[in-house]
Design a binder for this molecule. Structure first.
Ligand code: IMP
Length: 222
């Protein structure tokens, strides 16, 4: 079932970096490859099929949560458009929309979640909206975003998140479609960032202490 996602155990050590192609500039900054790019593609294919068959013949507005969700979003939409091309009896007309939020600094959720850009949300009135997000961590960002979206009176709202993190302080929020459930570690790659670095990495990897120190935002001492 999509709702649960593929569960990656807490003691899973992933793959050695030496077994995959990783950009030279990040080689020293990563612990391991947690989810290789190819596996992301295969799981996304199934999520696309589940979404396609659930929505069935209704139009769908896919709302990309920038920037972290952009690669999952493009791959998911590619797979949905492929289904549309080949499926003779079901067809889902797709609209694309984007929203930009900011919540994280270093590896801490700041709790201060802001909409800092994107399309005019009033376009969502009466639409079936699919929010496409990279990761649900504590769940606060998504709960806040869903409250904002509801004010614009969409017909329905569902959420697809590539990852859900197992966190002791989770709000308990679960997305409608989930790719993978991951341990409580900071992950980067496939558009997920650490202070804007690592988006240019194909695989989802665990960052190490060297990487965190190298790309840490220095707090202003004043
Ligand atoms: P939440 O409000 O705690 O659920 O945080 C959600 C947001 O935090 C996501 O949309 C990401 O932008 C960011 N985030 C949380 N965990 C990670 C991580 O492990 N890697 C990269 N970004 C993360």
């Amino acid at each position: 079932m999509s709702k649960d996602g593929i569960k990656i155990a807490d003691d899973y050590t992933g793959y050695a970096l030496s077994h995959f192609c990783v950009p030279r500039h990040y080689e020293d900054d990563l612990e391991n490859v947690l989810i290789p790019w190819g596996l992301i593609q295969d799981r996304t294919e199934r999520l696309a099929r589940d979404i396609f068959l659930d929505i069935r013949d209704e139009p769908l507005t896919a709302l990309c949560v920038l920037k972290g969700g952009y690669r999952f979003y493009t791959d998911l939409l590619d797979k949905l458009t492929t289904l549309n091309r080949f499926h003779a009896s079901v067809s889902v007309q797709l609209h694309v929309d984007f929203i930009r939020l900011k919540s994280y600094e270093n590896d801490d959720s700041t709790g201060d979640i802001r909409v800092i850009g994107g399309d005019n949300l009033s376009n969502l009135r009466g639409q079936n909206v699919l929010v496409v997000e990279d990761i649900i961590d504590t769940g606060r960002t998504m709960s806040r975003l869903l409250a904002i979206l509801q004010k614009h009176e969409p017909k329905s709202v569902k959420v697809a998140s590539l990852l859900v993190k197992r966190r002791p302080d989770s709000t308990g929020y679960r997305p409608d479609y989930c790719g993978f459930e991951v341990p409580d570690k900071f992950v980067v790659g496939y558009a997920l960032d650490y202070n804007e670095y690592f988006r240019d990495l194909n695989h989802i990897c665990v960052i190490n202490d060297t990487g965190k120190a190298k790309y840490k935002i220095q707090q202003n001492s004043h």
